[in-house]
Design a protein around this ligand. Structure first.
Ligand code: HEM
Length: 125
C-alpha cells in the first residue's frame, strides 16, 4: 500500500483525529509528556499532524511553516532512549485503535512510526 492510498483512505480528517487522540495521551504521560511544551501543546499537535499530511499526502502546510523536517535535529534537545521510543509507539497504537484506523493502514503506519521512532533515539540505555 503506498502513501497516496493511505492518505485517500484515512483522509485529512482521519489523520487529524488520530493525532488529537495521541496528544490527549501525551498530556497525561509521566515519561514523555513533560518533554512537550505545556503552553503550546496545540501547536505541537498541529506540527505532527501537518507533518503526516505532508509525508502521506504531499500537503504543503508543514513545509510552508517549518521548512525541511530535520526530525533528528529537532528531537536532539530531548533525551530519547528505548523506553521513550516504545512509549511513543504505544500511545500512537492506542490513538489508532481509539480512532478506528483500519487494520491494514495501521500496519503500514506502524512500520513507518517504528522506523522513525528508533531513528530518533539519541541516548544509549
Ligand atoms: C521516539 C520517541 C519520540 C519522542 C520522545 C518525541 C518527542 C517530541 C517532542 C518533545 C517534540 C516537540 C514538540 C513540539 O513542540 O513540536 C517533538 C516534535 C515532533 N515530532 Fe517527535 N518524538 C518521538 C517520535 C516521533 C516520531 C516517531 C515522529 C514521526 C512519525 C515524530 C515526529 C515529530 C514531528 C513532526 C515534530 C515537530 C517537528 C517540528 O518542530 O516541526 N516524533 N517530538
Amino acid at each position: 500500500m503506498d502513501e497516496a492510498v493511505i492518505y485517500t483512505i484515512l483522509g485529512e480528517a482521519g489523520f487529524t483525529k488520530m493525532v488529537a487522540a495521541f496528544y490527549r495521551r501525551i498530556k497525561q504521560d509521566p515519561l514523555i509528556g513533560p518533554m512537550y511544551p505545556e503552553e503550546d501543546l496545540a501547536g505541537a499537535e498541529e506540527r505532527l499532524r501537518d507533518f503526516l499530511l505532508f509525508r502521506f499526502g504531499n500537503d504543503p502546510r508543514y513545509q510552508a511553516k517549518r521548512g525541511h523536517p530535520r526530525l533528528r535535529m529537532r528531537h536532539a534537545p530531548f533525551s530519547i532512549g528505548e523506553a521513550e521510543a516504545v512509549r511513543w509507539l504505544e500511545l500512537m497504537d492506542e490513538a489508532m485503535d481509539e480512532t478506528n484506523v483500519p487494520a491494514s493502514i495501521k500496519l503500514e503506519l506502524n512500520a513507518f512510526f517504528t522506523m522513525v521512532a528508533h531513528n530518533m533515539r539519541n541516548r544509549q540505555e
